[in-house]
Structures are given as C-alpha cells and as structure tokens.
Write a protein that binds this ligand. Structure first.
Ligand code: ASP
Ligand code: MG
Length: 456
C-alpha cells in the first residue's frame, strides 16, 4: 500500500520545517513517494524575474543557490553538501539558459515564462532528497519529466492526463518504490506532448500530489502544510473557528475553490476518482488536528460544515432583451470571460439580464470587451463593485428542507442585501453574494448559528 506525501512551500522552506519533514518521512512505515513545492518565496522570485528583466543577474542566482545550500547544511557532512551544491549549480545553469532565451527570444513568451516558474521545484526536490539521504533514507530526486507527469492545457493552467501519467509511472516510478526507494518528485508542473513544462497554476503542487497518488494507485495522500487542516471558517474572521475533522470530496472541492486557500482547487478530482483518502496535516504540528477527506457514508447531523468568503469581487450585469431567446448570446458572453482566463464565481440569468460575479481586477476589462461585441444586441452593461461571495458548505445541503431560508435569515440579521444567489448547482453548497461591507458579519452569524454550536 503506497502513500504519497506532499510537502508545501513552508514545509520545505526552513531548517526547522525540513527537520520535521525528515522525521515525518522516517516515521512513515509504508511504501511512499514524496511531492514537493518550491521553497517558500522562490516561485514569487521567479515570477518577479520575468517581470523585471534586469533582475536576471549573478546576485539573484547566487542567492537562490545559497538559500538551498544553507537550508541543507545542518543535515549533512561537507562532502554530501558539496555534491548537492554541484547538482544545484547545474540546475541553476539550466534556469539561467531558459531566462536568457526568454530575454532574447520574443516568440513563445508564455511557454518560456511558465518554464521559468517551474524551476523552484527542480531545486527543492534535489535538496529534500539529499537531506533524506543524509538521514539514511534511500531517496531519489525526480523531475516531472523523468517521472512522466503528462500535462495538457495552456501555460499556467495545465491539467494532467491521468491515464498517461499512470502508464508512465508504471515504468518510471513504481519499480523504484517497489524496491524500497523513495522518489522525491517535483510538484507544480507536468510536461506537455512535446516535453515542455506546463504549470498547474499557483499552488499547483497539491494537485500534483493528487495526480501522483492517482498514478501510483495510492491508498492515501497526505498534504503537509502550515495549518491544522480545513477550518469551519477563516479564524481571522471567526475566532471560534475550528478544524473540520472529516468531510467528503464534494465539500472539500467547493471549499478549496471558493474560500479556504488550503488546497489548490483541482486537488480533489484525481483523488476522488480512485477514492484515495486525502489527509491535510500540519508539518509544524504533526500530532495536532487534521482534516480527513474521503467518501463519507454517514451524513453529519449538522446543517453546515463550513462557511467561507471570497472577497474582492464585482458583479457584471449585462442587459439584453435577447438573453432568453438567443442562447448562443449567453455562451458568447461567458466565453468572453473564460477566454480571458478569468474565473467566474457565480452566474445567474433572468429574462433580459445575465449577472456574473468576477474578480474585481478583471471586471472593467471584461465589461469593455462585452460592450464592444454583438452591437445592437447588448443594451447596457453595469458593474457593481465591492461585493463578496459567501460559500456555505454542508453535506447533502440541497435536500435539507428550509436550509436556504435559515441561511438567508442569518444574512438578514446582518442587514446584508443578497445581490445574487447560486443554489442547486452543487449538492453540497449554497453560495450567495452580499456587499463586502457586511460579509464578515454574515459569516460570523452563520458560523454562530449553524456551526459553532455543533460537535465537530
Ligand atoms: N511553487 C508553486 C507556487 O508557489 C506551486 C506550489 O507551491 O504549490 O505556487
Ligand atoms: Mg499551497
């Protein structure tokens, strides 16, 4: 029975974190593979590198090397450290070549940028494997290319081809695990059909963990991060928020998408397909609370498991007498949003209007684009800023009689006008949009009424 352990940026980001990581891996008796993120801050630095071409200087690469060498130093003898340093230097040379190509070559910019972003994981995986080796474990660093994480899609928004990954892993990764070795794989990206790196979007290493668990037909995926699992609400808004001990895949997927930044939203898909149990655990508090995501058979008796809020949204309202009569118009409108790579958080339609909740930063751009299309068909476009989406999640929520009435009653208590509603699409979520000014109050009241008073 194979276990996949994924360690996030902060979990590989410091000496103390790496100490805990090594202990966690050592104490795990199962056959296993690791998936790692870049050290915290490294992906951001790579992003900055492509924004500011002049940042590409010796100092930058020197610091990148030092960060990894210094973190590994306390764990190993000097000859082992020299060996790691040499491997890191070679990788950094590869990064440098990619950056130089990016700076001189004006074609393929997005693909080259994405390739640059993938470099942090290529460094951290080497470092983690060396540390584990120094601790007497038979670890082996592997890139996504070497393992065969096949990806499709566009730069920054890749997704794995799960069947192909599984096939590749049978030849490249499984045989190592079967003889007791521990592959340490790069998270965050895969390789497309022509071998080019394609990242899964920010925070994508969680998804990589799930893809690897699928490809190895693992029993469990442990996501090691810096919080005690999923919480019933954001503790900065609701001080009485607590860890959710168990939830089903659907609930976790909704929460990851709409609020809690605990997991990359796509993480659940591959795990759910194979019913792989996903544990979210805290590297800095390994004996503490955690969340178990699996196929729960007995629905909880509480109405809601969690309430999240997504702020900095706007509502874009498109008026056209053709909305109901001309279905292709709705398709075109939505395409103009998705074509821009913008996430839609809620949609609702009426006879003559279409309302879409979008990230505020993108709304004006989409509004301008829509105003120009289908001349004559669109009567006007309006924007309402400063709104937040409240996402309430509960097992089988859709079949709970009166749930909406009770939840909206709590919103009314907070004197929040409900601007948009999305219900019925998901079995486990009821989402609605309120003015941002009242959003925290709504969250607190919902938490108080339906969650705080129940057993976890
Ligand atoms: N290193 C990537 C990021 O910072 C991927 C990840 O950490 O999951 O977004
Ligand atoms: Mg993360």
């Amino acid at each position: 029975m194979i276990k996949v352990l994924k360690f996030g940026g902060t979990s590989v980001g410091s000496e103390s974190a790496l100490r805990n990581l090594a202990a966690i891996v050592k104490n795990e008796p199962s056959q296993k593979a690791l998936v790692v993120s870049a050290m915290s801050g490294v992906t951001n630095a790579l992003l900055a590198l492509t924004r500011d071409a002049t940042a590409s200087n010796d100092r930058f690469y020197g610091e990148l090397l030092q960060r990894h060498v210094l973190a590994a130093k306390p764990f190993m003898a000097s000859n082992q450290l020299d060996d790691l340093e040499m491997k890191l230097k070679l990788r950094i040379f590869g990064l440098r070549q990619t950056v130089d190509r990016y700076l001189s070559d004006h074609a393929d910019r997005e693909a080259l940028q994405d390739a640059i972003y993938s470099w942090g994981e290529r460094l951290s995986s080497l470092m983690v494997a060396s540390i584990l080796k120094a601790r007497g474990l038979d670890a082996v660093a592997m890139t996504s290319e070497e393992a065969g994480i096949a990806a499709v899609g566009s730069p920054g928004n890749g997704a794995a081809n799960l069947d192909l990954c599984e096939k590749n892993f049978l030849g490249n990764v499984l045989p190592l695990i079967e003889v007791g070795r521990i592959p340490v794989l790069t998270g965050y990206y895969g390789a497309d059909a022509s071998g080019r790196p394609l990242t899964f979007g920010r925070g994508g290493s969680d998804y990589s963990g799930s893809v690897v668990a699928y490809a190895l037909d693992a029993k469990t995926l442990e996501i090691w991060t810096d919080v005690d699992g999923f919480m019933t609400a954001d503790p900065r808004i609701v001080p009485t928020a607590r860890t959710i001990h168990e939830m089903n895949y659907g609930e976790a997927a909704e929460l990851a998408y709409f609020g809690a930044k605990v997991l990359h939203p796509r993480t659940i898909e591959p795990a759910r397909k194979r019913k792989i149990v996903v544990m979210v655990r805290n590297t800095f508090h390994p004996e503490g609370e955690s969340t178990k995501i699996h196929e729960l058979r007995t629905p909880g008796n509480e109405l809601l498991r969690s309430v999240a809020v997504k702020s900095d949204l706007s509502i874009l309202k498109v008026y056209s007498s053709e909305i109901v009569y001309n279905p292709s118009l709705v398709t075109k409108l939505l395409e103009s949003v998705s074509g821009d790579g913008v996430t839609t958080y809620a949609i609702s339609t009426s006879l003559s209007t279409l309302a879409i909740a979008l990230p505020s930063g993108a709304t004006q751009r989409i509004c301008d684009k829509i105003s120009k299309m289908e001349m004559g068909l669109i009567e006007k476009v309006k924007i309402k800023d400063k709104v937040s989406l409240i996402c309430t999640v509960g097992d089988d929520l859709i079949n709970r009689m009166g749930a909406a009435a009770m939840i909206f009653d709590a919103a009314m208590e907070a004197k929040a006008n409900i601007e948009m509603i999305s219900e019925g699409a998901s079995d486990v979520a009821l989402n609605f949009v309120v003015p941002s000014e009242q959003a925290n109050d709504v969250v607190m009241r919902i938490h108080e009424r339906f969650i705080a008073s129940r057993e976890g």
